[in-house]
Design a binder for this molecule. Structure first.
Ligand code: HMG
Ligand code: MG
Length: 289
């Protein structure tokens, strides 16, 4: 089994979408430019969603226009519908992501659609992306627990993951949106998903609300998962998931993976620098009235 584990950096999107302070576009661009030198292959930097729903991401086109793109790095954007897809294409995102849920309560709260409606809405986005030659990633949220519906049945996660995979998503990222998963619930969920989607097409996206993201990553490594989403400085959360704290911190995942003998290809010094930029952004916010 491969000793390389990829960390997909989420800070500029999943991280900054939840900051109370409207972070200036120039600060977002500086963070992405720093992260671009760390060795990531993929960084999620933008989200073409309704600015009424997530005002923090309203400057996504400006961020994509302003960054210095590094060779070999793909800059990703969330696209909930065709309007978002068109925005992402115009801004020259290198890949897009559609985001669904394994629980009805979160689906309704986050994208104002039932699970079935959301899958219908994603279909033309995937088709248009295929036609444009853009890779599409698929998220499934609330893979163990939902803030509205409680525990999520593993079979429901498997069903949504299979649907997104069969539709053409190149990778399925499984979100423990509110960080309530345990190694036992994560393992049960992955065992169900792995019956229909191979481990090399799966990523773990674990928020660290309960401090268990790292042990959940270890449980996932045991089942062959080799891609994990993380946000530098532990930034993040989802505005529509009460209690969702940050993504697991990139620097913590990187350091744990290296202790376990995996390669990540990431430069620790750059991660430290990016984490300190994030701390400064947050400290600035605390001074706001
Ligand atoms: P809606 O209100 O049902 O849709 O929202 P609508 O079609 O009625 O549109 C409402 C307004 O938004 C309209 O504007 C549209 O034009 C506009 P108005 O006419 O009122 O002025 N609109 C848009 N504007 C810009 N870009 C667009 C767009 N689409 C419509 N693409 C919608 C449905 C999906 C748009 C809304 O619910 C939405 O934007 N939701 C996004 C919520 C979100 O971004 N959540 C965070 C990301 S998910 C996450 O963090 C989880 C993840 O990290 C994994 C995990 O942790 O589990 C991925
Ligand atoms: Mg998330």
């Amino acid at each position: 089994m491969s000793k390389f584990v990829e960390i997909f950096e989420m800070g500029p999107r999943d991280g900054l979408q939840n900051e109370k302070r409207q972070i200036p576009t120039s600060e977002k661009i500086a963070l992405v430019n720093c992260l671009s030198t760390a060795g990531f292959k993929r960084i999620e930097v933008a989200s073409f969603v309704s600015p009424k729903w997530v005002p923090q991401m309203a400057d996504s086109a400006e961020v994509l226009a302003g960054i210095t793109r590094a060779a070999g790095v793909r800059y990703a954007a969330l696209t909930p519908n065709m309007r978002g897809f068109e925005g992402a294409v115009a801004a020259q995102a290198d890949e897009i992501a559609i985001f669904g849920s394994a629980s009805e309560g979160f689906s309704k709260a986050n994208i104002n659609a039932t699970i079935a409606e959301s899958l219908e809405r994603f279909a033309p986005v995937v088709e248009a992306a295929k036609a444009a030659g853009l890779p599409v990633r698929g998220y499934v949220s609330c893979v163990t627990d939902c803030p509205y519906d409680g525990p999520t049945p593993p079979e429901k996660v498997a069903e949504v993951a299979k649907h997104l995979f069969d539709a053409g998503c190149y990778e399925i990222s499984l979100g423990d949106t509110i960080g309530q998963g345990t190694p036992e619930t994560i393992t049960a969920m992955l065992n169900a998903v792995l019956e229909t989607v191979p481990a090399e097409k799966i990523a773990g996206h674990y928020h660290d609300t309960s401090g268990r993201a790292l042990i959940n990553i270890e449980a996932s490594l045991d089942l062959g998962v080799r891609v994990f989403d993380a946000a530098v400085g532990g930034l993040g959360g989802c505005p529509y998931a009460p209690g969702a704290k940050g993504n697991v911190a990139t620097e913590a995942v990187d350091s744990r993976l290296k202790e376990l003998g995996y390669e990540t290809g990431l430069n620790t010094n750059v991660l430290v620098e990016a984490a300190s930029m994030v701390r400064a952004m947050r400290a600035e916010g605390k001074n706001d009235v």
